[in-house]
Design a binder for this molecule. Structure first.
Ligand SMILES: [Zn+2]
Length: 187
């Protein structure tokens, strides 16, 4: 009885091994021919961002370079954008509505103090992508925002911030994407 059970177990293990080997052999060419899951496209309208327009475009491009799950694309003329980017004289802030949409203000108050306009843009877009502030924090963190000081010109999210956005928009995790922060996120 004991021996029989052991034999059965070995047979099962062999079957699993064969199945895995077969599955792997069959899957390899299949995986190579199928593109990765398409990125979720979010449109943004930087038409109201005045002198910061190129900084906003750069901030969006940085996210496109940094993550695969989401792509920020300028809205076509007349198209209602997911994200509106405006310039004003206040402090930079984001007003997320749902994950991936909302309004961003590139506030001149911080720019006048010497903060980097592209870092501000990428940071505020980070809020729209579901990231909270991480303050105080080092310059290597995009979401440390102004706490890293005016000398900080790092415009890129760190690996944890990238992973969080991938998780927020990733196909496998899409059902449990965290709710974005509601209301105004200042800076
Ligand atoms: Zn912030």
């Amino acid at each position: 009885m004991h021996v029989r059970t052991l034999t059965g177990g070995l047979a099962a293990a062999c079957l699993i091994s064969l199945a895995m080997a077969g599955g792997h052999a069959a899957a390899a060419p299949h995986v190579a021919s199928v593109p990765a899951a398409a990125a979720r496209v979010l449109t943004y309208d930087a038409g109201g961002s005045a002198e910061f327009r190129s900084a906003v475009d750069r901030g969006a491009a940085i996210w496109n370079e940094s993550v695969d799950a989401v792509e920020l694309r300028p809205a076509a003329a007349g198209q209602r954008a997911n994200i509106r980017v405006l310039a004003d004289d206040g402090w930079p802030r984001a007003l997320p509505t749902t994950l991936g949409s909302g309004t961003v203000y590139i506030g001149r108050q911080a720019v006048d103090q010497g903060y980097d306009t592209v870092r501000i843009s990428a940071h505020e877009l980070g809020h729209i992508l579901g990231l909270p502030d991480r303050k105080p924090g080092p310059c290597s963190s995009l979401m440390s925002g102004s706490s890293a000081g005016t000398s900080c010109t790092n415009r890129y999210p760190n690996s944890a911030e990238k992973a969080e956005v991938e998780g927020n928009f990733g196909g496998a995790l899409v059902g449990r994407a965290p709710a974005p922060h509601r209301g105004v996120i200042v800076d």
